[in-house]
Design a protein around this ligand. Structure first.
Ligand SMILES: [Zn+2]
Ligand SMILES: [Zn+2]
Length: 134
């Protein structure tokens, strides 16, 4: 059952099971695409102020429950799962029509031919196109 799964995850990460956290994690697990701050605020049934939401997003991010995506829109988005630069290698698909961001799994690690003396730290792959809903 989903309610057990997200509660287990909070336990595993040593996070207190607050009402806000439970609602947040449940929402992230349900959505198949990345959520902006506004998406989260309107989706949550519990009353939440800006700083509480940010604080909880940060602790989820630090615990590796969610990751932040920079799609160059200027609006930070978050998705469930570990960050691509923390071992969970994946790309992000940005729909040009509805601006929805999806995590795209099982992508081969992109080999870049960086000039001699350059050192790559991480690669953030953004794929642009049109999603199935558009
Ligand atoms: Zn779309
Ligand atoms: Zn992702």
């Amino acid at each position: 059952m989903i309610s057990e799964k997200f509660e287990q995850l909070l336990d595993q990460k040593g996070l207190k099971k607050t009402k806000v956290r439970k609602a947040l994690i449940k929402h992230f697990m349900k959505m198949n695409h990345a959520q902006s701050y506004n998406d989260l605020q309107s989706a949550l049934v519990v009353e939440i102020d800006k700083s509480t939401l940010y604080r909880n997003l940060t602790s989820f991010e630090n615990a590796g429950i969610i990751h932040r995506i920079n799609d160059h829109s200027g609006i930070t988005k978050y998705a469930f799962g570990e960050s691509p630069d923390k071992g969970s290698e994946h790309a992000h698909f940005v729909c040009e029509t509805c601006k929805t961001v999806y995590c795209i799994e099982s992508l081969d690690i992109i080999q870049l031919n960086v000039p001699k003396g350059f050192k790559t730290k991480n690669v953030q792959t953004i794929v642009r196109g049109i999603c199935a809903d558009c």
